[in-house]
Design a protein around this ligand. Structure first.
Ligand SMILES: C[S@@+](CC[C@H](N)C(=O)[O-])C[C@H]1O[C@@H](n2cnc3c(N)ncnc32)[C@H](O)[C@@H]1O
Length: 402
């Protein structure tokens, strides 16, 4: 006798006996389960080291896409993220043998993500660094006010490297560029800068205050050796040649999630994504040093990066994005949208309820909401992230079906 197919409910309850389940009613006719618990572990940095090369405020932990990719897709499937950020979903998809596709309004995504999925070997990195003219005169140093971060000699080396990576279009150049980005600012001696914040570029004035408070001045930090050390760490346990063969099949685009012109209709098996949470993160200000190093000046294009405090405008934006996500998804495909709870105008708002509502209007079926609850992270304390109030670090994942 054939056995009935397992439901999401029975699968989850079997695998995670301690989770709690409640039912939420959107209307008397529409109900869906809300599961809360710890679906993936809170341990720090246990996934592939490449994920942590350039994570930032706003990235989700790689355990999140891994959880959904392994449950809702098969090897060879297309896994897509329309708000790809630093490419966590795309990289995890490739590592799990899927085809990773990604899009973001910020062109920084394409540069960073391509380098993550197409890394160079340590030997290639060393050979590339040998070609840099470290003593090059840098006319662009004129008027460049970065002395609060870097020693003069470090800055000269940084400019020499920047010049060389920008003049070279090879995958090795992109990977070295990524490693350099990840060393621009941080709190240990492995970074190029004097003590600073690792995950956001603080404004010049804030860095001057940090220096005064800590009574510090930037000391010389050699650029090349720090890049090689980072390459060794990032590639631990990885076969870069095999990864870049798989990574070469990634489709990475820069554009608005409401108009994914390069993504064909019904082409995607699974979406795992996390849109901006209103204006809780300023993606441009947080990354100004990285954008400078990459030579990206968005100008009017920055309008496409949506970070609005206006709830109505955010909902309109998400409504348009959900319609587009449904268009690119195959019939029967799954779409997971991760959001946090935010405090807006002194009111707690569960963005997942709003997403579920908008998704139904877009023609999706709401299958469930998974609420990952885990204890505070050090970073959450540090930045007082809005969704980490009340002693929890919550990811709310709305699971939708086309
Ligand atoms: C919460 S972050 C995504 C982080 C990502 N999950 C990761 O782990 O790196 C949201 C992203 O949405 C992007 N974004 C903002 N407005 C957008 C738009 N209109 N279309 C596409 N991407 C947009 C931002 O640049 C940012 O990278």
């Amino acid at each position: 006798m054939a056995t009935a197919p397992a439901t999401l409910d029975s699968l989850l309850l079997d695998a995670f006996p301690s989770i709690r389940c409640a039912e939420r009613a959107l209307s008397p006719r529409v109900r869906y389960p809300v599961y809360s618990g710890e679906f993936w572990t809170a341990q720090q940095r246990q996934m592939d080291p490449l994920h942590y090369v350039l994570s930032y405020r706003g990235s989700f932990k790689p355990e999140l896409p891994a959880f959904f990719i392994r449950r809702y897709s098969r090897p060879g499937d297309v896994v897509f993220d329309p708000f790809a950020g630093r490419g966590t979903t795309v990289l995890q998809a490739v590592l799990d043998g899927r085809r990773g596709w990604g899009n973001d309004a910020n062109p920084m995504f394409e540069r960073v993500c391509r380098a993550k999925v197409c890394p160079a070997t340590v030997e290639e990195v060393e050979a590339f660094l040998d070609e840099v003219d470290w003593d090059r005169e840098a006319p662009e140093a004129e008027g460049l006010d970065l002395g609060m971060f870097y020693h003069e000699r470090t800055l000269r080396e940084l400019l020499a490297l920047r010049h060389h990576v920008r003049a070279t279009s090879s995958p090795t150049a992109r990977f070295v560029e990524l490693l350099a980005l990840s060393r621009l600012h941080g709190h240990s001696s492995g970074f190029f800068s004097v003590y600073s914040f690792p995950q956001i570029s603080v404004p010049r004035e804030a860095q001057r205050r940090i220096n005064a408070r800590r009574n510090q001045v930037p000391e010389y930090r050699d650029v090349a050796s720090r890049i090689v050390r980072k390459a060794r760490q990032a590639l631990r346990g990885c076969d870069p040649v095999a990864l870049r063969r798989a990574g070469a099949r990634c489709m990475l685009t820069t554009g608005d999630a409401r108009d994914l012109v390069d993504v064909p209709t019904s082409s995607v098996h699974l979406i795992v994504t996390s849109p901006p949470f209103l204006d809780k993160v300023d993606y441009l200000l947080d990354n100004w040093l990285e954008m400078w190093f990459l030579g990206i000046d968005l100008g009017p294009q920055s309008e496409a990066i949506v970070q609005t405090p206006d709830l109505e405008r955010w909902m309109e934006f998400m409504a348009g994005s959900l319609v587009e996500m449904r268009r690119v998804l195959r019939h029967g495909g799954t779409c997971v949208v991760e959001v946090g709870d935010v405090n807006h105008n002194h009111r707690d708002i569960n963005l997942d309820e709003l997403i579920a509502d908008l998704a139904m209007d877009a023609g999706f079926r709401v299958e469930a909401v998974l609420v990952q609850v885990q204890s505070f992270t050090k970073l959450a304390h540090c930045f007082r992230v809005e969704n980490n109030r009340k002693g929890t670090n919550t990811n709310r994942c709305v699971v939708l079906r086309k």
